[in-house]
Design a binder for this molecule. Structure first.
Ligand code: TZP
Ligand code: MG
Length: 237
């Protein structure tokens, strides 16, 4: 009896230490299509885009704001985050760990020049979803050491939605990334459209993150999302 108890204590202590040293991935709840908002491309506020994405069946949404001030983004996200969460969607904030923390968002999406992932993890805690953008194999290998819940890789195709995008990585590189990442969910991004979804999943993506083919035109957001999700789920079956 004493031995069993000692073994249990040892095991739970060991588990604790392992968890602290190695982040245990949070299931990011990615669906096969991951929509990202953009007010310039959609001509709609973030919350209007969220309303339409929810109507189309989105279960995870990233709010991305590259032009407005932190104060304006905060005010917008303060409406959009609870709106999405009330409908059961996971709400991810691009770049701004402070805004995610203040609004109790479900997580953040960070890039190569944002706050380091480990610092964001320390601020947001083990339960937060942290996604991380990579653009080449060197960055992917480095990212494997970080406490991330999913890895984004791209741009897979040319994109007009990002200022100064990294060089197009292509489908072949996506396949090479898949071979490296093992069980970390892999999100393909950049220029993905309904006609290229099949190739993206065939190359190994678990999920496609999309801006323009979903949120443009703004009036068709729900319809666009619904049809892309149907195509993706059909292809991945
Ligand atoms: N990161 C790499 S490409 C990209 C981002 C944020 C833009 C993706 O937008 P689109 O319209 O789906 O090409
Ligand atoms: Mg960023």
């Amino acid at each position: 009896m004493i031995f069993v108890r000692r073994r249990l204590i040892f095991r739970s202590l060991f588990g604790l230490v392992v968890n602290v040293i190695h982040h245990v991935n949070v299931n990011p709840g990615l669906s096969s299509i991951y929509p990202i908002t953009d007010t310039g491309i959609s001509n709609l506020t973030h919350s209007e885009q969220v309303t339409r994405l929810l109507a189309g069946g989105a279960t995870i949404i990233q709010l991305r704001e590259k032009r407005e001030s932190a104060r304006t983004f905060f005010a917008e996200a303060a409406i959009a985050v609870p709106l999405g969460q009330a409908a059961g969607a996971r709400m991810i904030i691009n770049d701004r760990v402070d805004i995610a923390l203040a609004l109790k968002a479900d997580g953040v999406h960070l890039g190569q020049t944002d706050m380091p992932v480990s610092a964001a993890r320390a601020l947001l805690g083990a339960e937060a979803i942290i996604g991380y953008s990579t653009h080449n194999l060197v960055q992917v290998k480095a990212a494997l050491e970080l406490p991330v819940d999913y890895l984004a890789f791209g741009p897979i195709f040319p994109t007009g939605s990002k200022e100064n995008p990294d060089p197009v990585a292509g489908l072949e590189a996506l396949g090479a990334v898949k071979a490296l990442v093992a069980d970390i969910p892999l999100v393909a991004i950049g220029g993905i459209r309904r006609g290229t979804l099949e190739a993206v999943f065939a190359a190994g993506a678990d999920c496609a993150a999309i801006i323009s083919d979903i949120i443009s035109p703004g009036e068709k957001i729900a319809e666009n999302f619904r049809s892309l999700l149907a195509i993706a789920n059909n292809q991945r079956r």
